[in-house]
Design a protein around this ligand. Sequence first.
Ligand SMILES: *Cc1c(COP(=O)(O)O)cnc(C)c1O
Length: 244
Amino acid sequence: MTTASGPLAERLAALHQRIATACARAGRAPDGVTLLAVSKAQPLAALAEAWRAGVRDFAENYLQEALPRIAALPRDGLRWHFIGPLQSNKTAEVAARFDWVHGVDREKVARRLSDQRPDTLPPLNVCVQVNISGEPGKAGVAPADAAALCRAVAALPRLRLRGLMAIPAPLKKGDSPREPYRRLRELRDALTRGGLELDALSAGMSDDFEAAIAEGSTMIRIGTALFGARDPASSRGAQPRGIP
Ligand SMILES: *Cc1c(COP(=O)(O)O)cnc(C)c1O
């Protein structure tokens, strides 16, 4: 269980220290990993505090929760990442308000995002979500179908294919936390050999980001280790299925 204590700026500094250590151990440069602040079920004041502490990448699961926050925080230099499940009827707002979408797992959603991305904005950055642990009913394409979906995304004019995203199954006793992320990296490498350009791996959360960094993650999605526990009384604080 990850506990967060002390003011947010101190937790952020401690996280950056851990990221630097994990990168050094993997022989990687620390600026190759971006921390995304996952702010679901946190009050706006917490996001503002994170912004003052220097966070510029915010990740949101729920469109309705995200819109007032996007309006409230300064516009310049901020990147908004949509990481939640994305239904077709939400794509227009996501295409207009966000810089990245991490959970694309259907061509239909990709097509709508491309069609609806405003011309005034640069192409929308997209990660294809992979069901890396093969869990029944879980979001994400099967690894065997990732190449086809990546090609479809890459061909859409208003999207920019960036990489792969995964949320591994909860670990069982004795499991290596690196194993699912190793499979994700190997899938990325295979797709790259097949001619796709993929520069991002969106992988790792509060409890396992060091394992993800060891396997090449470039974007870690951190909620509780930065903001503290989510309010369990709030349904928004409930963890989406499949997140340990
Ligand atoms: C909530 C969430 C996270 C952050 O989880 P923590 O364990 O709180 O760091 C990361 N990714 C996704 C997709 C999430 O929904």
